[in-house]
Ligand binder design. Sequence first.
Ligand SMILES: C[S@@+](CC[C@H](N)C(=O)[O-])C[C@H]1O[C@@H](n2cnc3c(N)ncnc32)[C@H](O)[C@@H]1O
Length: 452
Amino acid sequence: MNRIEVSDQLQLVREQLKLPYIKSAAENCSPESGDWDYATANTKTETHCFHTYPAMMIPQVARRLINMLGRCGMTLLDPFCGSGTTLVEARMARLNAWGVDINPLALLIARAKTTLLDITLLQRHALCLLDSFEQDCQRIRKDPEYAPIPTFFNLDYWFKPSVSRQLSALRQRILAIQDPAVCEFFRVPFSETVREASYTRNSEFKLFRMPEDKLAEYNPDVGTMFFSKVARNLRGMAQLAQQAKGSTWVKVLQEDTCHLTSVPSNSIDLVVTSPPYGDSRTTVAYGQFSRLSLQWLGLSWEEVRSIDSRLLGGRRVVTLADAEHTPTLRKILNRVAKEDEKRALDVANFYYDFVQCLNQLCRVCKLEAKACFVVGNRTVKRVPIPTDCILIEIAERCGFEYIDRFYRNIPNKRMPHKNSPSNVPGDLGKTITQEHIIVLKKVGEGPKDDVN
Ligand SMILES: C[S@@+](CC[C@H](N)C(=O)[O-])C[C@H]1O[C@@H](n2cnc3c(N)ncnc32)[C@H](O)[C@@H]1O
């Protein structure tokens, strides 16, 4: 379909948008004891429903750790906050929270998920946007040039022209919203719509285009996609409003956790985080996942393209000899290097950055503060990388003490389930099916510089 029509479904969504979004607590039946799997739990309550993101933590794990180790009024830090799962839980448990990430899309989602907004105001804006969108679609039918399409690298490769025109109309209306927090609220479902309406295979986090023969028949209904997400997010915001009372704050920062300059020393009571398991190029490509959305939201190609290389392990700054920090890591690097020296260098550089982060975490934590890391053990060139052991060894050198560990079987985490360790088609390696939840305590000042 290259025509642009306002569908019947969109009229149904209009009715949904008019419904009273009564502040109602989400039904939450997840047990606070027993295993950590939460295999059947609803992970999309409150604003957790907002936007999918690679390797999200499940809210139940963050909630349980915060309930176990946190107290109302404490200050929490998630130094790899991604889409803000931990921050939402901190907000509901009435803790103050810092969230840090490099990826601008993660920060947008995290801010929108933790900023309480008036539902009636949002509904008014949503209905206004819907009216304008319908008018715009009529105008575009008469004059396809009506809503100017932004120019960015490979736009036509990823979007059908009729889809680009509808996205342009929506984008123009959203960016014209004066109130910055309301504008952010609508940019989040817009970002999701961009991904869903593009030619990307939505089951993948990396950018892969649909097969050629599927392109012609792919005619997404942009309006219905966007406004259904708005209706869903309004429900989520109403549930959050019910839970998150009080005067606690959430601050979301764009920073590299290796430096963490904005968080004051000795200010943090609790860290709850799920760090990346390896560099973005060979594990989860956060930057690539965010690319199309961020380009539609106005970031330059250079900025967007550089995200993955700015994340942990994104640059090769140390040699294998420089980077051997702990006994386990040294053994692992030797084993990987025998198979592939470049991959060993990737692992070494990832842990080099990780050490800088742990030093920063030690600096910002109060004495006796607890730090919880949710990690998985991946394989590189068939060599299992015991991330849990390496994390504990590095942390002990940086001023933390290991105190506890829990295991979680991953029922449905959206991760690459099968990978090819050798890049030979059909040769599939092991993937991560279990997470380790490691609990540490700050016991010392830790070294000021590198632990070497
Ligand atoms: C596993 S994800 C976190 C997911 C998050 N728990 C959630 O539920 O959405 C790891 C995050 O670490 C971020 N990251 C990687 N390197 C970083 C660095 N040096 N400084 C700050 N954030 C970084 C990535 O952008 C990514 O969002």
